[in-house]
Ligand binder design. Sequence first.
Ligand code: NAP
Ligand code: F7E
Length: 346
Amino acid sequence: MKVALITGITGQDGSYLAEFLLAKAYTVHGLVRRASTFHTDRIDHLYQDPHDSKARLFLHYGDLADSGQLTNLFYEVKPDEVYHLGAQSHVRVSFDMPDYTGDVTGLGTVRLLEAIRKSGVRCRLYQASSSEMFGAAPAPQSETTPFQPRSPYAAAKVYAHWMVRNYREGYGLFACNGILFNHESPRRGETFVTRKITRAVAAIKAGRQQTLYLGNLDARRDWGYAPEYVELMWRMLQMTAPQDFVFGTGETHSVREFVEAAFGYAGLDWREHVKLDQRYLRPTEVELLKADPSNVKRQLGWEAHVRFADLVRIMVDAELETAGLPAPGEGKRAFDAGRFGWLRRP
Ligand code: NAP
Ligand code: F7E
């Protein structure tokens, strides 16, 4: 039975990954930040009483800013596989909090690498790199596209990415960077644009909201479905030798197209509800992201199955259901298509 350690287990990807690994009979340990309120809602359905001898999910307080606790955790848990997903992951927020973002997202990765090295625990590491690192680089972006980061977040991820490669080359660590393009789901953080839009659709349908304020509608992203992406993270750590991969759908759509699709699916006219708020614009924007996923397809036989239209439907259906409203259900059909047998809820 393998042991995994997940940083960022309370986040979107961490929650799906924990679910996926538990279904694969892993013992899963997660790093959780201390807060004055509970914030484990994404993993509450996975909770197991640690006093139960059959428990396979364990949570540990810690922080990527605290190297001592990270090192202790390696001595205690001795993981076979480490999935480093913890980060200050919001690009717009990173402009307001550049040094904090550098500390947690950049240096936090170095603290983790040092914890592995100093503890001497032999494990494999997955690093959550990001398509944001490509920034202004022309699309489509692949493993050979040079990085041109356009935000403090992206610059911090570039630093982390290269440090992971450095530990791979310098210390022989089995460490892989997954350069993942945007991936979304009903568990996406509420301030990322797709979830903000789908939540607003349900609130407008329910008569609780009239207007949705957004920033740049022209930015284009390669949006996929998060559960597919966490499967790939696991797959990368099962390779015979460590390697970095780009992963995305290979399609690109504008924020406006997402808005149109989400409102349209729920029978709403977005023009009656969406307004610009300058606060959501970024000092430097990444205009166009579109993956070239041919390498991962060739080497790992991996491709994204849930595409733009189904992703929108999955997210709007989930939001309408949560609001107690009737949902068209087309997203549910895409979701039920059989690929996600390990998922207990979308
Ligand atoms: P997310 O929902 O924002 O989750 C981030 C996680 O990091 C949360 O569990 C958060 O804990 C934790 N965290 C934040 N600061 C921390 C700290 N100082 N110490 C310990 N943990 C901390 O992000 P996500 O969408 O799941 O993404 C997972 C990873 O992939 C991130 O590294 C992100 O940057 C990267 N990524 C995401 C995408 C995407 O489209 N989703 C694409 C490429 C790369 P709290 O719950 O306490 O806040
Ligand atoms: O913005 C535009 C915004 O915040 C997408 C993170 O997971 O993916 C994510 O970063 C686009 C941008 O995601 C609003 O300007 C318009 O062009 O949903 P987002 P992101 O910045 O692409 C990458 C791959 C990561 O690695 C990150 O961790 O939408 N946009 N209006 C808006 N964005 C937000 N958040 N809010 C708006 O009102």
